[in-house]
Design a protein around this ligand. Structure first.
Ligand code: SF4
Length: 349
């Protein structure tokens, strides 16, 4: 029994769960390869140009799985994962989109999860996902979902403690929990705000974590926050929950905008993304109100790395200058006292 899973969209949020679930039932997972330029261009060639980059990438990953000979591909329709909170129309209609643009012979496993209109339970969704393999025994499904939650929760324990995404994923799939205790200090701290698929897909985000590390910048993401912290962030902006990604985008951004240890915010959003354009407008206004520098990076398949790096470097350079001026101003405001050495550490933060 084999199931293909595209390394795109919901993979970046839920793969630990899918892995724990399918592997417990003895279903082998075949993943598509990492995104390349070709994945993007093949996907883009099948959909209308206005489609957002993550969906083009997703279609490219379906083609990659078909090239590998996989005949059953998991394309869930995640309508709504909590009551009255919805995904965007492209994610909701993903199975239909894939059926209409990929004209090849294969089975789409299009289980639907809808906690709003249909108030569907998770077990019903999981049952739909494994029916094509002849598995209908609810007690097996419940047992497998228990394992799925275990892998998923282990993954989140690690990301919350600051373990980088790829390492946390590797350990979680190996059934390990390794907590990070690195205390390396960085001169600049930046919060990266984006959907998982725009952040952790190295081709899409152009290895932004590596680039910022080279500039001596420490990065923070929504994965390091608890639901309560993101909720407080949302409340501080008087924002109502509507989009499924409201926590990881608006909630996380508002939390980091208020955090005095964070020097700046960088957002990455796909060109043409409706929900992001609304959320980012509110985030930018809030950042301006609290005087927190913010850089909005918009990406599509044409985005060149050179321009991306130039904007990133200019932003980080500005953050260094702002921090330096802040320290100098603090020093000059202190009255001069003879015979006392000035310890620069007292003036930082
Ligand atoms: S939320 Fe935006 S980027 Fe994500 S699939 Fe929907 S339109 Fe595309």
């Amino acid at each position: 029994m084999q199931i293909g899973i595209p390394r795109a969209l919901s993979y970046y949020s839920f793969f630990p769960f899918w892995y724990g679930f399918f592997s417990d039932l003895g279903i082998e997972i075949i993943l598509s390869d990492k995104t390349t330029k070709q994945t993007m261009s093949l996907g883009a060639s099948l959909v209308v140009p206005e489609t957002c980059l993550p969906v083009k990438v997703y279609v490219g990953h379906i083609l990659n799985l078909l090239d590998k000979g996989v005949d059953k591909i998991f394309v869930p329709s995640l309508q709504s994962i909590s009551p009255k909170i919805y995904n965007c129309s492209k994610i909701r209609g993903l199975p239909d989109l894939v059926k209409s643009v990929v004209k090849k012979d294969f089975t789409i496993i299009d289980a639907t999860l809808d906690k709003s209109e249909k108030n569907q339970g998770l077990y019903y969704f999981l049952l739909e996902a494994v029916k094509p393999f002849g598995i209908t025994d609810l007690s097996r499904i419940k047992k497998a979902s228990k394992n799925a939650w275990k892998v998923y929760n282990n993954f989140h324990v690690m990301t919350r403690s600051g373990v980088p995404y790829s390492q946390a994923l590797k350990y979680a799939l190996e059934n390990k929990v390794i907590i990070s205790n690195t205390q390396k200090m960085y001169p600049i701290n930046v919060a990266l705000i984006a959907h998982g698929y725009n952040l952790y897909d190295e081709r899409v985000s152009m290895k932004i974590f590596e680039k910022l590390e080279k500039l001596d910048v420490k990065t923070y993401t929504a994965d390091q926050l608890t639901l309560e912290q993101m909720n407080e962030g949302l409340n501080s902006m008087h924002s109502r929950l509507y989009w499924a990604n409201e926590y990881e985008i608006t909630g996380a951004a508002a939390h980091y905008i208020q955090d005095k240890n964070i020097d700046g915010i960088i957002t990455i959003n796909a060109f043409g993304c409706g929900p992001d354009s609304m959320m980012l407008e509110r985030i930018s206004r809030y950042a301006r109100k609290l005087n927190k520098p913010i850089l909005n990076l918009s990406i599509d398949e044409q985005t060149g790395e050179a321009g991306f790096v130039t904007r990133l470097e200019a932003f980080v350079d500005m953050l260094y200058r702002k921090k330096r001026y802040g320290i100098i101003n603090k020093i000059s405001l202190k009255p001069f006292t003879e015979n006392k050495e000035v310890d620069i550490k007292n003036y930082i933060n």
